[in-house]
Write a protein that binds this ligand. Structure first.
Ligand code: ZN
Length: 307
């Protein structure tokens, strides 16, 4: 009896501390996940195309993560990650849950999973379902990420090889074709219509059902997440680099760029700069090209040359 009395405070201590410890672990993981998500979203900020795209509004992600979300590691998960809205979890007063098979945040696949599942949370909070057309949208976003990776490789190729504008456009046109038909499916455009088939119903519990989403639905969800990936804007940036013309997106469609006015063109130590409409839709941002090396400058390194 004496022993029981002696260990009772210890037992109480363990019972009280354990949930607190697990809550703290979830909070730490959540903070780390948000930081990694922030780096993921800004991964192209030093590229030319990165000046006119947005992979999401980080403030929206921060607000969504603050709304009753748990982030947990589950190495036994049958997929890389899953999002459960609170209604899909047992018990009342449960938070929404973002479950991850791995928390190796340096791993590209893990980061794409976190991005995918976080988008589900944002859409759910905005009144969408975590399945069907919404799932199709998150699959589309993953394909857009894969496409942007090719654009980044293309930009590195351009800086390295400094090809003629004819050669550069030829390669760009291949990328554009890929955008218009990214998946081997009857509807596979990254602007929509885009189709996705739920493999064996593993995600939406509706075996092999095919969902197709159109441009209107896609831009509605883009708006919720703050995603802006417009191939015309990206092309306009490259047209500016190769033709020496100003191609502000929205003003010119394919191939219709205006000769760059002298006033907006500055040559300093072989560096030429010009302005493109920025992804924030608030004014313009500066992109420069080192005429000697072909290197593209953005951000602060461009700002120094672009007054
Ligand atoms: Zn999903």
């Amino acid at each position: 009896m004496k022993t029981v009395r002696a260990i009772l405070p210890l037992l109480l201590f363990i019972i009280l501390c354990f949930p607190a410890a697990s809550v703290n672990a979830s909070e730490t993981l959540k903070r780390r996940t948000l930081d990694a998500l922030s780096s993921f979203i800004s991964q192209y900020e030093n590229t030319a195309f990165g000046q006119v795209i947005s992979l999401g509004d980080m403030n929206k992600f921060r607000m969504a993560f603050a709304q009753d979300l748990d982030v947990e590691l589950n190495p036994d998960l049958g997929m890389s990650g899953k999002y459960y809205p609170s209604e899909a979890r047992w018990g009342i007063w449960r938070n929404h849950l973002l479950e991850l098979k791995s928390t190796d945040l340096r791993n590209d696949r893990v980061m794409i999973t976190i991005y995918h599942e976080s988008i589900h949370h944002l859409i759910y909070l905005a009144g969408g379902a975590p399945c069907g057309p919404e799932e199709t949208y998150t699959e589309l976003i993953e394909d857009r990420i894969a496409w942007l990776k090719r654009v980044a490789a293309f930009e590195r190729y351009y800086e390295r090889e400094r090809p003629s504008s004819t050669e550069a456009f030829k390669r760009w046109n291949d990328l554009e074709k890929k955008w218009k038909h990214f998946v081997d499916f009857r509807a596979g455009s990254l602007s929509g219509p885009y189709a996705w088939q739920d493999p064996e119903g593993s995600t939406c519990e509706d075996p092999d059902r095919i969902y197709t989403i159109g441009p209107g639905f896609i831009s509605k969800l883009d708006e919720i997440v703050g995603i802006d990936i417009d191939i015309r804007k990206i092309r306009a940036v490259y047209e500016g680099i190769w033709t020496g013309n100003d191609c502000l997106p929205g003003q010119h469609e394919y191939g219709g760029c205006q000769p760059r006015p002298q006033s907006g063109k500055q040559k300093k130590r072989g560096i030429e700069c010009w302005h493109v409409r920025s992804k924030t839709h608030a004014g313009t941002t500066c992109i420069c090209k080192d005429l000697l090396t072909g290197r593209i400058l953005t951000g602060n390194s461009a700002q120094r040359h672009c007054k």
